[in-house]
Design a protein around this ligand. Structure first.
Ligand code: GDP
Ligand code: MG
Length: 228
């Protein structure tokens, strides 16, 4: 009789267990973790740079950068004045919970309120691997085309927020915003969508407001209720 080995399922179960332990570490230190996913070049690092510029007066931020190779993005983050840890996946197309587990000891979690994880640029694999962060963000961008929600449903289903970056290019690049929004809404009803431009700054404030609120609510959730 043929034996079937469910390798992928076992890998994902093991990943989830480590993700749970990562989450426990973050919770213990009152750190809110954000997993930022997108295709290469959509503007992940640019959005994180805007977050550092706009939020670091109020929130202590650190960034974990996931890339196949190089520390180019970590250097960009450090140039903005935030602490950065680079993970090189050596060919892997996504971060997984073990990689985050190995990166966390390089940070002083007690000195951080918001940990942003820039995942490897890819619209398929990262959505299959939980990291232990508290929210998943997907950054789409105008030049990629409005059909991406329909083509990459797994990614669009598994996120709490969708950013549409590079709206400064809308006058120059064909992009049907309604078609895009419809696709997002079908896959992920009610998901927050933030159209913005890192280039002009348009829409960035609304995104920063969401982050600020989300971090505050998360911390407030953990404060034990007082008895009257
Ligand atoms: N026109 C335009 N270009 C942008 C915008 N945001 C980022 N870019 C450019 O897009 C390219 C990729 O950005 P980057 O943040 O490195 O993307 P990542 O690979 O997803 O981290 C860079 O050349 C950025 O300058 C934007 O809002 N408008
Ligand atoms: Mg980047």
């Amino acid at each position: 009789m043929t034996k079937t080995v469910t390798v992928l399922e076992n890998i994902l179960n093991a990943n989830d267990r480590i993700a749970a332990s990562n989450r426990a570490q973050l919770d213990q230190a009152d750190v809110f973790g954000l997993n930022v996913m997108a295709s290469p070049g959509a503007g992940k690092t640019s959005v994180i740079e805007k977050m550092i510029a706009g939020l670091s007066q109020e929130l202590r931020m650190a960034v974990i950068e996931g890339d196949l190779a190089t520390s180019i993005d970590a250097e960009r983050i450090e140039a903005m004045g935030a602490e950065a840890v680079q993970i090189n996946t050596g060919g892997n197309c996504h971060l997984d919970a073990v990689m985050l587990q190995e990166a966390l000891p390089h940070l002083t979690l007690e000195a951080i309120d918001l940990l942003v994880v820039e995942n490897v640029g890819n619209l398929i694999c990262p959505s299959n691997f939980t990291l232990g962060t508290h929210a998943n963000v997907l950054i789409a961008s105008v030049p990629e085309g409005a059909d991406k929600p329909y083509k990459y449903p797994g990614m669009y289903r598994g996120v709490e927020v969708v950013i549409l970056n590079k709206i400064d290019l809308l006058p120059y690049v064909p992009f049907d915003l309604d078609y895009f929004r419809q696709g997002v809404e079908i896959l992920n009803p009610g998901v927050a969508v933030f159209p913005l431009s890192c280039r002009t700054g348009e829409g960035v404030q609304a995104w920063l407001d969401w982050v600020r609120l989300r971090v505050t609510v998360s911390v407030a959730d953990k404060i034990p209720a007082t008895r009257g």
